[in-house]
Design a protein around this ligand. Structure first.
Ligand code: ADE
Length: 230
């Protein structure tokens, strides 16, 4: 890759990039600042998208327009697969927008009507690089799975059960499928890395506050390892 794009949704994630990337220039578009520089001698461009699917979509398109030829996303998520514990890693095999719902028109939940596809597959090579990184750094604490995105903070056991049983999700967050769709529309490879800050249940708001820093750190370590081995 000529220029690796890296996106985080929140300040916790971007501060880690500020610490590690040797920044050469920056540009602000649509209120989002893009930092260009090098990480492990590789050209990177990174930014903070802000929370939610609209922020993530605008951010990703501008990142691609600035020349990123692959996209790595780092962040935290609520665990949906019951095997996952706080701090564990999910590597996206694909992403779906769980809040896209035109079921009254006969479309299955998550289906984007009249669009080429609704489940966006991550790049196999990036997934394997992420899996190798996870095996090195957090052996036995990662899984590859489906990332579900929606403009909702999930904090109920019933919703988690629904997302796991009806959509086979591994984790729930608020940006991944949006980044994935924009990458897909531009034919650009991507992978979403998420570390679990909570279990998207009744304690999610408390756990999120307590574990976001640790989980952000875990996710960043995977990104750093991917960039080293890419
Ligand atoms: N990001 C971290 N935890 C989350 C949750 N429970 N729901 C949505 N996004 C999240």
């Amino acid at each position: 890759f000529n220029k690796i794009g890296i996106i985080g949704a929140m300040s916790e994630e971007i501060e880690l990039l500020h610490k590690h990337v040797d920044v050469a220039s920056q540009v602000t578009k649509a209120g989002i600042t893009y930092f260009e520089g090098t990480l492990h001698d590789k050209a990177v461009i990174y930014c903070k998208s802000g929370v939610g699917k609209v922020n993530a979509a605008v951010c990703t398109q501008l990142l691609l327009d600035l020349g990123a030829d692959c996209v790595l996303f780092t962040g935290v998520a609520g665990a949906v697969d019951p095997q996952l514990n706080i701090g564990d890693i999910v590597i996206s095999t694909s992403c779906i927008q769980h809040d896209m719902d035109c079921s009254p028109l006969g479309f299955a939940r998550g289906t984007i009507p009249f669009h080429a596809r609704s489940e966006f597959p991550a790049d196999e090579r990036l997934v394997e690089l992420a899996a190798a990184a996870s095996d090195r750094l957090f052996p036995g604490h990662s899984l590859k799975g489906k990332v579900l995105s929606g403009d909702q903070f999930i904090a109920s056991r019933e919703t988690v059960k629904l997302l796991h049983e009806t959509m086979q999700g591994a984790c729930a967050e608020m940006e991944g499928a949006s980044v994935a769709q924009v990458c897909d529309m531009n034919e650009i490879p991507f992978v979403i890395i998420r570390s679990m800050s909570d279990k998207a249940d009744g304690s999610a708001h408390v756990n999120f506050s307590e574990f976001t820093v640790t989980a952000s750190n875990n996710s960043y370590q995977i990104i750093d390892d991917i960039v080293q081995h890419i």
